[in-house]
Design a binder for this molecule. Structure first.
Ligand SMILES: *Cc1c(COP(=O)(O)O)cnc(C)c1O
Length: 388
């Protein structure tokens, strides 16, 4: 008897693990590795947020909350969505989850029947296709071009559609691309989704980390019609450097919100109570901490953009958001795993191979690391590219 379910056997293990393990081994041997692998901000969680969670613990807020999360937090999230995103939701339409990754999974589970197709633009966040497979759905990967800023066009979207298409996953600002969709681009995509009744999962976790005076638009805010088709995903990990707290949320049409609450009530009961109190403090406290973090990322981004533009044989699109550069290595003639392995062994620089994002001609550099590491790391990267 096959003990492992087929849909689980179909899920690939994390491709990034090999490089990460190798980098860790070198570090342990005392070798100075410049790591651009981080997928989380390198700053500490702001003190006022920690203090709120400590206070909640001291006050005995240590029991279950409602499955859908603390009412006060859902109220604050509804206010945030109105103020920041011009989106009207009642607290009943908000579900607090154990991280935005969990939010995405709940959304996919709530929407996908076996055989349903989910359109995922590549390069994509590594977990989307695997989540779709776990839910019994079929990921349909759609290539985007560097020329178009690694963004899905309306034409790409239309071409990928079949009668089985149930959902589109959009991630703006994007990981690993740093791309940000404009209002005009979203309008075209929304028009097609509305005409065909396609649900949109809009992952907006990097909303607060955008540069160059760009504007983040939530696709759900374009019209009531598109809001009725959209599940907005957002969370606390990236804007407040709270990755270990595991708090994210969805905002959705009522029936979908109820379906996701049902899933959650039978799987996790609710997210951690005192972490939710910390999240409430994050949303209602002084937002200066968020713009300070953004400014720090922007200094690193500008430095790296300048350096990458001077290195031959590689190219980048200027990232408008998040904290990653997706570097095109096509001209180096190596696949991404091989490239990352050689870069690590020869120059002790760790990056994430693009294969993990469905883009084998790229590698991802995170700038969630200090400027000193970035400077040394890019000196070495330049050497590597020159020697090649
Ligand atoms: C980091 C990340 C998330 C969610 O992170 P959580 O820690 O689960 O809140 C979601 N989407 C993308 C694209 C991410 O990079």
């Amino acid at each position: 008897m096959n003990q492992i379910a087929e849909k689980v056997a179909a899920v690939s293990p994390s491709l990034t693990l090999a490089i990460t393990a190798q980098a860790a081994k070198l570090k342990k041997e005392g070798i100075d590795v410049c790591s651009f692998g981080a997928g989380e901000p390198d700053m500490d969680t702001p003190d006022f947020i920690k203090e709120a969670a400590v206070k909640a613990l001291a006050e005995g807020k240590t029991k279950y909350t409602a499955a859908e999360g603390l009412f006060e937090l859902r109220e604050a999230i509804a206010t945030k969505l109105m103020v920041d995103n011009n989106l009207e939701y009642t607290p009943q339409q908000i579900t607090v989850n154990c991280g935005a990754k969990h939010s995405c999974y709940n959304a996919i589970l709530a929407v996908c029947d076996p055989g349903d197709e989910v359109i995922i633009p590549a390069p994509y966040w590594t977990s989307y296709p695997e989540m779709v497979r776990l839910a019994g759905g079929e990921p349909v990967i759609v290539e985007t071009s560097q020329k178009n800023g690694w963004k899905l066009t309306a034409e790409n979207f239309e071409e990928a559609m079949t009668p089985r298409t149930k959902m589109l996953i959009l991630n703006s600002p994007g990981n690993p691309t740093g791309s940000l969709y404009s209002r005009a681009e979203l309008e075209k995509i929304a028009e097609i989704a509305a005409a065909e009744d396609i649900v949109i999962l809009s992952d907006e976790i990097y909303e607060k980390l955008i540069y160059n005076e760009s504007e983040h638009i939530s696709i759900a805010s374009l019209s009531k019609e598109i809001q009725a088709l959209t599940i907005v995903v957002n969370g606390f990990s990236k804007p407040y450097s709270m990755t270990g707290w595991r708090i994210g949320y969805t905002a959705a049409p009522k029936a979908l919100a109820e379906a996701m609450n049902n899933i959650q009530s039978h799987t996790t009961s609710a997210p951690t109570t005192f972490a939710q109190w910390g999240a409430l403090a994050a949303l209602t406290g002084d937002q200066q901490v968020v713009s300070d973090m953004r400014d720090e990322f922007d200094v690193r981004r500008n430095y790296m953009l300048d350096r990458f533009s001077k290195i031959s044989n590689v190219s980048v699109v200027e990232p408008q958001g998040a904290f990653y550069f997706l570097v095109n290595i096509e001209r180096m003639g190596l696949k991404s795993m091989n490239f990352a392995e050689k870069l690590l062994s020869r120059q002790q620089v760790a990056v994430v191979p693009g294969l993990a994002f469905g883009a084998d001609h790229t590698v991802r550099f995170s700038y969630a690391c200090g400027l000193d590491v970035i400077k040394t790391g890019l000196d070495r990267f330049e050497q590597f590219c020159l020697a090649h």
